[in-house]
Write a protein that binds this ligand. Structure first.
Ligand code: MN
Ligand code: MN
Length: 472
């Protein structure tokens, strides 16, 4: 089969995608990432990402599936629909040429990211300073959140039932927040502690004020001034914060990294990078042979739980409504037929080899920045525990499709077998009978406030998703 003199053909080699693409694709890569940066900077929470997604979808002619269902409006080839669960998760689809029973080509990812949530009674005063107490969300290395500018995003339901959207710290004129760190001069004892123990969660308090209010004999007048300012701005009182979801995230915007601008640093690449790639892919793919679907889920970072997470029934609910409006049926078995014939690319980020921390990877089976979109046959930890292990058949189908369409890809695991591990929404899709494979963007500094991705990997991820929707 192989020409014996061409030994290169015997080997699997990862290619640096920058060296493989021409001028045109290099320009498309920067242009795609400029759009991504804009969208990401305006979407620092799952609610903001979902809202911006719905706005974009409506501009593109997508209609609410729930409204269509309520009106018993029949759907046909080429119709575009979406459903948003709780404003934190969005599923969108374009009805294809074949019947739904032949299966749907799906993209799945998540739009929540690690962060610090405010507790329900967050405001306190100590040493004439006002603070907000946090409860961290997802896997954070706590020390990374100290000494960086932070912004506050979220939603408060005021006493009168009015829903208030909060966004403080993103505009240039806004104040920001910070968690202060200990000075090195006095850190002797702290330096002796283990990294995992040196920064207790209850010390992650957000500095929020310092000027006392003239309030007669009242105590805690710095806290009072903070509450007074919130009252003036939003009309809320302290009790209203009980009915709120407020998230503390980095206040900085995404930036190009390096003199050659090949990398992009940002908060929330995990997993808004695959979510944005999926969103753009379904918008670009048009009417495809099979129905195309893109599922942007919530709560992945805490186990895909709750009514907006991928362990919920949202996908079945969506497909049930879709079936009813296209083919007039929606029984359990009808929905199962669709699911069992469907294929999903589960888009999530993976760890790229960091030259500073090489020892956690096994170099033959690791991912590298700039070597294309990353494919993981399985995730999980220590002996594939908790993994959805994709079949060799599905691996072949996807890698062949990528090769046929000149999309640069690489395979890799998260790290060394016994080093640790992680998961994605793939196993929850697999439980529904969907054939699923993890495909996404490798990162440096995953889960840090400033994660690093290669622009060419981001673009290859988008191309892989689009090609999948068009050809699978
Ligand atoms: Mn993720
Ligand atoms: Mn994650």
């Amino acid at each position: 089969m192989t020409d014996n003199k061409n030994y290169d053909q015997l080997l699997y080699k990862r290619k640096n995608a920058w060296s493989e693409i021409g001028e045109k694709e290099t320009e498309e890569t920067s242009s795609f990432c400029r759009d991504y940066a804009k969208f990401l900077d305006a979407s620092k929470t799952e609610r903001e990402f979902a809202q911006n997604t719905v706005t974009l979808l409506e501009e593109e002619g997508y209609i609410s599936l729930k409204s269509a269902f309520g009106a018993n409006q029949k759907l046909h080839q080429g119709d575009k629909v979406y459903y948003s669960a709780g404003g934190k998760s969005v599923i969108m689809a374009v009805i294809g040429k074949e019947s739904l029973g032949k299966g749907i080509n799906m993209l799945g990812s998540h739009i929540d990211s690690p962060r610090l949530d405010l507790k329900q009674v967050p405001v306190f005063e100590d040493t004439d300073l006002a603070y907000l107490k946090t409860h961290y969300y997802g896997g954070v290395r706590k020390y990374q959140w100290l000494s960086i500018p932070l912004s506050l995003h979220g939603t408060i339901i005021r006493g009168d039932g009015e829903k208030i959207d909060v966004n403080i710290g993103e505009d240039d004129g806004d104040p920001v927040f910070v968690i202060t760190d200990l000075l090195p001069h006095l850190a002797k004892d702290q330096n002796e502690k283990k990294l995992g123990e040196a920064f207790p969660a209850e010390s992650l308090n957000i500095l929020a004020g310092s000027v006392p209010m003239d309030a007669g004999d009242a105590k805690h007048t710095v806290k009072l001034r903070v509450l007074n300012l919130l009252n003036k701005k939003y009309g809320i009182v302290e009790k209203d914060l009980v009915n709120a979801e407020l998230e503390v995230v980095p206040a900085f915007k995404s930036r190009d990294i390096g003199l050659d601008r090949g990398l992009m640093g940002a908060y929330g690449h995990d997993d808004r990078v695959c979510s944005y790639a999926g969103l753009r892919a379904i918008l670009a793919a048009g009417i495809t042979k099979k129905t195309s679907l893109c599922y942007l889920s919530d709560k992945e970072e805490i186990g895909s739980v709750g009514t907006t997470g991928a362990q919920s029934d949202i996908l079945e609910y969506f497909i049930g409504m879709l079936l009813k409006l296209t083919e007039g049926k929606s029984g359990d078995l009808d929905v199962k037929h669709v699911l069992y014939n469907s294929v999903m690319l589960s888009g999530d980020v993976n760890a790229a080899v960091d030259p500073a921390f090489k020892s956690v990877h096994e170099k033959n089976n690791a991912m590298y920045l700039g070597k294309g979109v990353g494919i993981s046959k399985y995730t999980g930890s220590r002996g594939k525990a908790g993994a959805s292990d994709a079949s060799a058949e599905l691996m072949y189908m996807i890698t062949k499709m990528l090769d046929d369409n000149q999309i640069i890809w690489q395979v890799g695991e998260l790290g060394k077998t016994d080093e640790g591990g992680g998961g994605t929404i793939a196993k929850f899709a697999a439980k529904l009978g969907i054939e699923v494979l993890d495909v996404g963007v490798p990162l440096l500094g995953m889960h840090s406030p400033f994660e690093v991705a290669s622009k060419v990997d981001i673009y290859m991820c988008y191309k892989a998703f689009k090609t999948f929707l068009e050809n699978a």
